[in-house]
Design a protein around this ligand. Structure first.
Ligand code: UT7
Length: 330
């Protein structure tokens, strides 16, 4: 019989050391530190070296999470890597990470593509698989090398993103009412083309033309995505709070996807929950997509912002357009 609770046993994160400031970006595209800071809250982001792939970032975060959980590679039997910047179109980056970490051959390894909501989707997937009783410990990683898919000539998008990884180790506990209490996932499929890479898949394989017009790179209709992000994240928070008969002010800390400080401020306003209940690091990392929430979660823990018994709300929004929230009793 399945145990009652799915808990997070350890967290870890990693960001490449190279810092790219707004001032440096302003030398490459027609932008300014002032515009980026006031429109997004971002001051700088991390950029991985050319030779570094998503799996390299993932492995660093995973090692930190396994050490935090006091578990060995041989204890993990499920690995989910949430990413939209895999090392290769195939096979899954999870298999590359499995090899690098020396996980058991009989561990299930796969990637999950839900863009910036990928980590929340993966938490839910891992919890369901652990809850089945067929797996003991899951390693869930959110990782992105966004610098590899951004169009560095497009000021509308290149200023927003950064590279990083975050990871958690999950397991089961007999303690009732602890750990992952619930999730609320969804998607607005009609918004697929608002944030996407149009070329390079089976619909439009890459051609000379793709290269010429940069359509193998990320494109976003920022204003539309902004509005849907605020609505989607607010709804995802409200619905999960309602499901659990909670008021917003009972949440100790919200860890929102870090895309734009103004999105987070809008959610704070609509939920009537002050900004000091939201963990913010978008100023230092920009939008790291699937890595954003686990990176922030790990930082918040290490800074003492999360204590045992706290109610933590994760909320994400991204390409798809996907959204999701997760409620955790730490
Ligand atoms: O992670 C997935 C979810 N992603 C998001 O949630 C991102 C959502 N969108 C946003 O965060 C914002 O829409 C942006 C930060 C992308 C853009 O902010 P905005 O306030 O919506 O600006 P805008 O796109 O309406 O552009 C306003 C002006 C435009 O100039 P005109 O047409 O008014 O002359 C842009 O060309 O700002 C211009 N602009 C820039 N100017 C300087 C756009 N990017 C830049 C830039 N530097 N980097």
């Amino acid at each position: 019989m399945a145990h009652p609770s799915t808990v997070i046993l350890g967290t870890g994160s990693y960001a490449p050391p190279r810092v790219l400031t707004n001032e440096e970006l302003a030398l490459q595209v027609d932008t300014s530190d002032e515009w980026i800071r006031t429109r997004t809250g971002i001051r700088e982001r991390r950029i991985a070296d050319d030779a570094v792939a998503a799996s390299d970032l993932a492995v660093e975060a995973a090692r930190a999470a396994m050490s935090d959980a006091d578990l060995e590679a041989s204890d993990i039997d499920l690995l989910i890597v949430a990413t939209i910047t895999p090392d290769y179109p195939m096979p899954a980056t999870a298999c590359v990470v499995q090899r690098k970490l020396g996980l058991r051959t009989n561990s299930a390894c796969f990637d999950l593509n839900a863009a910036c909501s990928g980590f929340v989707y993966s938490l839910d997937t891992a919890a369901a698989m652990l809850g089945s009783g067929r797996y003991r410990h899951a390693l869930v990683i959110g990782v992105e090398k966004m610098s590899s898919i951004v169009d560095w000539t497009d000021r509308n998008t290149c200023v927003l993103f950064g590279d990083a990884a975050g990871a958690v180790v999950m397991g089961m506990s007999d303690e009732r009412g602890a750990g992952l209490l619930g999730t609320r996932l969804g998607a607005f499929g009609e918004g697929t083309e608002l944030l996407w890479i149009s070329d390079g898949g089976s619909r439009t394989p890459i051609t000379q033309e793709s290269f010429a017009n940069h359509s193998h790179r990320l494109r976003m209709k920022g204003k539309e995505v902004f509005k849907l992000a605020v609505r989607g994240m607010e709804d995802a928070c409200r619905e999960i709070l309602e499901q659990h008969h909670l008021r917003a002010d009972q949440i100790s800390l919200v860890i929102p996807h870090q895309a734009n400080l103004r999105i987070i401020e809008a959610i704070s306003h609509y939920l009537e929950l002050p900004m000091d209940r939201f963990y913010i690091n978008v100023d230092r990392f920009g939008n790291t997509s699937a890595a954003s929430i686990p990176l922030a979660l790990d930082e918040a823990r290490r800074l003492g912002r999360i204590q045992r018994g706290d109610l933590i709300l994760l909320v994400a929004f991204g390409a798809g357009l996907t959204y999701g929230s997760a409620l955790i009793r730490w």
